[in-house]
Design a protein around this ligand. Sequence first.
Ligand SMILES: C[S@@+](CC[C@H](N)C(=O)[O-])C[C@H]1O[C@@H](n2cnc3c(N)ncnc32)[C@H](O)[C@@H]1O
Length: 449
Amino acid sequence: MELDLTIEKLASDGRGISHHDGVVVFIDKTCPQDIIRAKIVKQNKSYWIGELVEIIEKSPHRVKPFCPMQNVCGACQIQYIDYNYQLECKREIVKDSMREFDIEIEPVEPSPQIKEFRHKIQYPIRQTQVSKRILAGYFKPKSHDIVNIKYCPIQPAICDEIIDYIRETAPIYKIEGYDEKKHQGLLRHVVIRSSAKTGGNLVVLVINSDKIPERIKDFAQKLIDRFDKITGVGVNLNNKKTNLILSDQTKILFGKDHIEEDLCGVTFEIGANTFFQVNPKSAENIFRFVKEYINDNFVKPTILDAYAGISAFGLVMANVAKEVTSVEENPHSVEMAKTTAKKNGITNIKFFCEDSEKFFDTVSEKFDVTILDPPRKGCSEKSLEYALNITKSKIIYVSCNPSTLSRDLKYLTSKGAKIERLKPFDMFCHTTHIENVAIIDVNPNNYKK
Ligand SMILES: C[S@@+](CC[C@H](N)C(=O)[O-])C[C@H]1O[C@@H](n2cnc3c(N)ncnc32)[C@H](O)[C@@H]1O
């Protein structure tokens, strides 16, 4: 069956939403205000799925994607929508996720750059069956087939040069690309952390092995000799059948084990295994927003930075705080955070390498402000319950997943907390991903123990 439909808005996964006879229809690769013809390929009780057959009338918000690979590569799903309108669509997505709360969703803070903004690159490496050419790029949407990307305009140009060199030179060193189905072949991924501050790059070769072969050492030497802008080369040993890119075993073979990045006047060291926001300029907007909020509303508060990574929030907030306590479970990140504190002369911060939930449960102190920045899965109910117990005034919840944020806000508000502000930030341009900062008043008078 084919239908003519008008696209009303975008769903959180980037598909367009329309309605037919009261049934929701999802259609990929469409833009709000497109009038399209769609072939219905799936009919469930509550929704249908359509495939785009033709665009009858283009939305005024459609633009020509600036990347020639946009249509085949899975990385920039909505690059065909003009940037300002992408932001409006994202705000609508957040509004939809938060519809049960009586709050205003503030306008989305744009990313300062919409090209060359991505400073962490993780390319899977494969090889062609017959000619054994190395392939490196992103997966096609909903598949593990690689789009061999020579030019990616959302990352610094040097990353393309490094990847291209690896593609051409690896076979000379008898380094094969990984075969996921057979779990064979040496080179699984190349991860690059590229510094927006210095232009330096830490390159990590992720290999399907439990030891480092000589040919990988020689190849790593070649890489660091070839590029001035490669400041370190390491190897990550990952011989497990897993979708996880990095194991926790990284060894730096040449150069430095980190890159440097500046955030709000603090210089951070970022290693291969440490979490750091992929878009540092946009991240800086978030840090500035949180810092201004704290500075405007408190005089030298005590701050808990939980799910802290390299304690980016804690270290940036330290000069407006009496004392900061930082909790993170990844030991590499905690070590990097300690080094950063030392190098920047920050002394009013304590570090705990621990599970946040455990820490919240056992700590005897209470904090004026608690910053929660958990992974996409959000916080457990226990963590939220404990976080309420140990927070005197505000929880600042930073989230990259509106649906788990909404779930966690539901729990917090059910206990009497009040959402004061919700501000989205665009870190992941040309995708429907969105980062949110929720400021939550713990409101101890209402808090139901
Ligand atoms: C989204 S990142 C945030 C990092 C940091 N706030 C930043 O902005 O760079 C989430 C962090 O939580 C850490 N993490 C995940 N689960 C945790 C847990 N149960 N306890 C403590 N840390 C955890 C991860 O290692 C990661 O560094």
